[in-house]
Design a protein around this ligand. Structure first.
Ligand SMILES: Nc1ncnc2c1ncn2[C@@H]1O[C@H](COP(=O)(O)OP(=O)(O)OP(=O)(O)O)[C@@H](O)[C@H]1O
Ligand SMILES: [Mg+2]
Length: 349
């Protein structure tokens, strides 16, 4: 049986590979009492229809600020975009008219947050909130909107949707609430979903279920997905490519399996070594020494150098550009870049 929602959603699905979003040389600063924090410092990434980009990095690396800037929900002030472009299907959202921008943000691009409880309205039933989109934008009656809400709840596999449609957010478990958030995002029929730590607040087993659901829906509707996380373990099975962020910059990009098999940046290497592995029980877990820098006092040269085991004098003085990397025969590796002076040794050593 094809449902109404499915029919609607299949109408203008984009072909896999259609470029959706391209962030180009984005710079975002925060003006604080203590100085200027460059939270996003020349970030570039892109995602196409049917593709999942994972954005990975420790706390404070600029993952959420980048996403908030894309969504237009950055607090300005103190935040300020000082440079760059955010192209949605080729058009810069930072310079288009407010009207155009409104049509894209929240409609073509939807966002899922870590904390569903604070994103949902506590005093309205989930059915009401899910149906709102259909009432407001499609002129559906209350009854029709409720049916749509039930369909959406079924779609994200909330058991007994019809009985639960009038329940309130707090009556659902964390995992179920996160499914409701996904349903809410889907109701807009977006081209692109940005999910910022969508499973961080959940138990590990529930995490996997929610992640699988998200990946499944993304593939089914050929959506682009930007998956923000600090947990490399979560993204291995669902992402196509990864951008690793450190102190406001992208330090490595790669197709997901290549990054896992053979990282080209010591930071990525450290992150990979700090994932618990089932086949190495009993081994002490590695932790990268030190902490991410205070953005008001970023080290000179490569921002990672004080924590890096292989840093040289060059690393302490010169900021490494995000280079293309090559295989041992000098052939460029597609989609792979590293911002490390010692990428060759790291990748091939
Ligand atoms: N409203 C704000 N005012 C001042 N500084 C801010 C503000 N929002 C973010 N920042 C700074 O920007 C930097 C990047 O923050 P961001 O939220 O993007 O990190 P993140 O990579 O998403 O980390 P996390 O994994 O903790 O979510 C942080 O150092 C933070 O202090
Ligand atoms: Mg964040």
């Amino acid at each position: 049986m094809t449902t109404v929602i499915e029919n609607d959603q299949k109408n203008d699905r984009l072909e896999v590979g259609t470029p959706l979003l391209e962030v180009k040389d984005l710079h975002v600063e925060f003006h604080t009492r203590d100085g200027v924090a460059k939270a996003v410092n020349g970030v570039n990434y892109s995602v196409a229809a049917g593709e999942t980009l994972a954005v990975l990095g420790e706390s404070g690396s600029g993952k959420s600020v980048t996403a908030q800037t894309i969504m237009g929900i950055l607090d300005m002030p103190p935040g300020k975009v000082t440079q760059g472009q955010i192209l949605y299907r080729g058009k810069d959202m930072l310079t288009m008219s407010n009207e155009e921008r409104r049509r894209i943000r929240g409609r073509k691009i939807a966002m899922i947050f870590q904390d569903a409880l604070s994103a949902l309205n506590p005093v309205l039933s989930v059915g009401y909130q899910l149906g709102e989109m259909f009432r407001v934008h499609q002129g559906a009656s209350r009854k029709e909107a409720k049916e749509k809400a039930i369909e959406l709840m079924d779609r994200v596999r909330i058991p007994a949707a019809r009985e639960r449609v009038n329940d309130y957010p707090h009556q659902f478990s964390g995992g179920m609430r996160q499914r409701i958030m996904i349903a809410m995002a889907l109701s807009l029929q977006p081209d692109l979903i940005i999910a910022d730590e969508p499973t961080t607040a959940l138990d590990v087993t529930v995490q996997a279920q929610v992640m699988d659901l998200l990946a499944e829906l993304q593939a089914e509707y050929n959506m682009g997905l930007i998956l923000i996380t600090h947990d490399l373990g979560v993204v291995a099975d669902v992402a196509d490519k990864i951008a690793v962020m450190y102190a406001g910059r992208i330090v490595e990009t790669a197709p997901v399996h290549e990054l896992y098999a053979n990282p080209a940046h010591p930071y990525t290497k450290g992150l990979l070594r700090s994932i618990p592995r089932l086949d190495q029980k009993g081994q002490e877990l590695y932790a990268i020494k030190g902490l991410p820098p205070n953005l008001l006092k970023v080290p000179t040269g490569c921002a990672f150098n004080p924590r890096c085991d292989v840093a040289t004098d060059l690393c302490r003085t010169e900021i490494p550009a995000l280079h293309h990397v090559t295989d041992k025969d000098g052939k460029e590796l597609t989609g792979r870049r590293s911002a490390c002076h010692l990428w060759k040794e790291t990748l091939h050593g």
